[in-house]
Design a protein around this ligand. Structure first.
Ligand code: HEC
Length: 148
């Protein structure tokens, strides 16, 4: 009996171990990503397009078009796009409300401009994929996924 219980526990540990080894997860959204010397400036930056319906509509077109954001983040912003499935960490799930409690618009803009160091998140503005104005519109659109 003791032996049986022992092998059951061992089997459960093996299963749990392989699960954590093979299933990539979303990295903690609250962990700082902007470098320490730029974070104060990023937090202070406001995005004038947040809540602006016309800019949000343009942001949606960018997200689903030239920005290629949907390929990783998914059309619904859940971080489940085809190109994102194999990534580790996985793309941000923009519907996760917790994300908006710990990240400001300015910090998100910094990531869209420069990428998230050490991850597959593309530096969209510094590589010329988007203009800075387009980055602001797409960030305003991203916020509309909150809680969806
Ligand atoms: C090649 C896949 C890929 C594409 C394309 C992509 N992203 Fe990401 N994105 C990621 C990954 C992976 C993360 C998670 C990075 C992390 O955990 O630091 C991420 C994270 C983010 C974050 C959150 C950063 C934070 O502070 O946690 C924002 C904002 C973002 N992406 C916006 C965009 C926008 C806007 C586009 C389109 C212009 C885009 N992404 C295109 C893979 C991608």
């Amino acid at each position: 009996m003791k032996y049986l219980l022992g092998s059951f526990v061992l089997a459960a540990m093996v299963v749990a171990g392989s699960y954590t080894a093979f299933a990539a997860a979303e990295a903690d959204p609250c962990k700082a990503r902007v470098p320490a010397d730029q974070v104060a400036a990023a937090k202070a930056e406001k995005n004038p397009y947040v809540g602006n319906a016309a800019a949000i509509a343009e942001g949606k077109e960018i997200f689903e078009g030239k920005g290629t954001c949907f390929t990783c983040h998914g059309m619904g912003g859940h971080g489940d796009g085809d190109a994102g499935k194999a990534l580790d960490p996985t793309p941000r799930n923009f519907s996760n409300a917790k994300f908006y409690d710990c990240k400001t618009d300015g910090e998100m803009l910094w990531i869209i401009r420069n990428g998230s160091p050490g991850t597959a998140m593309i530096p969209a503005v510094s590589t010329g994929i988007l203009t800075d104005d387009e980055a602001k519109k797409v960030q305003a659109y991203e916020k509309t996924f909150k809680g969806k």
